[in-house]
Design a binder for this molecule. Structure first.
Ligand SMILES: Nc1ncnc2c1ncn2[C@@H]1O[C@H](COP(=O)(O)OP(=O)(O)O)[C@@H](O)[C@H]1O
Ligand SMILES: [Mg+2]
Length: 336
């Protein structure tokens, strides 16, 4: 079951109804519902669109071959048959469908040719009256991979070409990694060529409505909100724990606190300076839910990498990834 997000869906649908112009970076804290939102968005697109949805979650991309296997999906049938199939379904999950022979040929060439092939492919779709939409989820997995220079820059260049220059395809890059977004945001090459779309946890009113829609009573919904705020993953899980709701909430918080206590205590011995810095950082959240951030210190990097804090580079704001993390940080301040 998918709940709400009507405002976000409206914005996304309006965005793709216009000519492609900017790369859209969809970002937000972990488990805020980015992937779920994009899946719902894809469902709502009319058959005028052809969507390529590539999720890099859990994929290890360490070579050109790995990357090509992510971008393309080798399938039975000729190019013509695969194209006809795609035009009918309007959706390709897991890469652009190509026959094995073609894939092998693309593998032998340099990346430029894969990009040229893709450009031609999108042109073909446009020629058939279709509007391509390319969605890459968890693109940060590519990390620092180099194929004749950093692959990510070549990709970004290609995406700029597909959007701003040729207006051939809409491009969405989805990520939960706020350090990746920070890098993107400060990248000169992308200035004026990228748009940022925040998908945040639900606000209180929407979260309570979500919980009531799955059968929770007012007081039960309040307990869940008090622990998890509007983090959709927990709101969706809550009905399964209805007969032991308080225990479940406390258990989840205890897990987070225990992890944090163990991690910090081990740092206390191995990296005392970092340990001190993290506690000073945490102290900012004793009474406040967000803190300004103008530079990335080691303690901020540690907290962001460990999914405790979310950095919004556009606002230069740091805040816990969710309410559970906020509560855990506050508990730990009295413990460690
Ligand atoms: N709008 C929604 N309605 C119902 N459940 C949702 C919604 N958004 C997210 N969820 C739930 O939360 C989980 C995490 O969301 P996901 O989209 O994977 O987060 P993200 O991609 O931001 O890390 C999903 O598996 C789903 O169970
Ligand atoms: Mg996701």
């Amino acid at each position: 079951m998918f709940f709400d997000r009507e405002r976000e869906l409206g914005k996304l649908l309006r965005l793709v109804s216009a000519e492609p112009n900017l790369i859209t970076f969809v970002y937000g804290p972990i488990n805020s519902g980015k992937t779920a939102l994009m899946a719902e968005f894809v469902k709502r697109l009319s058959d005028e669109y052809v969507v390529f949805y590539i999720n890099l979650r859990g994929r290890f991309v360490n070579s050109y071959e790995d990357f090509m296997k992510v971008l393309f999906s080798v399938r039975e049938g000729s190019s013509k048959e695969l194209l006809a199939e795609l035009l009918k379904s309007g959706l390709a999950y897991g890469g652009i469908p190509v026959p094995e022979k073609l894939f092998k040929k693309l593998m032998e060439e340099e990346t430029e040719d894969a990009f040229l092939f893709l450009e031609g492919y999108f042109e073909k779709l446009r020629g058939r009256g279709k509007r391509p939409v390319l969605i890459l989820d968890e693109l940060q997995v590519i990390g620092d991979l180099r194929i004749d220079g950093p692959l990510i820059y070549r990709l970004f260049n290609f995406f700029v070409h597909l959007t701003k220059e040729t207006h051939l395809s809409h491009v969405f890059v989805v990520t939960s990694d706020s350090l990746f977004i920070e890098r993107v945001y400060s990248e000169a090459m992308l200035q004026g060529r990228a748009d940022y779309f925040l998908v945040d946890d639900f606000d209180r009113e929407t979260a309570l409505a979500f919980l009531k829609s799955v059968g929770l009573k007012d007081d039960e919904a309040e307990i869940v909100w008090d622990h998890f705020g509007g983090k959709p993953v927990y709101l969706a899980e809550a009905p399964k724990h209805r007969d032991e709701l308080k225990e479940w909430c406390r258990g989840e918080l205890e897990d987070k606190v225990s992890w944090l206590v163990f991690s910090l205590n081990s740092l206390k011995k191995s990296k005392p300076e970092l340990f001190k810095g993290i506690l000073e950082l945490f102290d900012k959240f004793r009474e406040s839910e967000a803190a300004g951030c103008d530079e990335l210190s080691d303690s901020i990097l540690w907290a962001v990498k460990n999914n405790l804090l979310f950095l919004n580079p556009r606002k230069r704001l740091l805040r816990p990834q969710g309410r559970l993390e906020l509560l855990a940080i506050r508990k730990v301040l009295g413990v460690v």
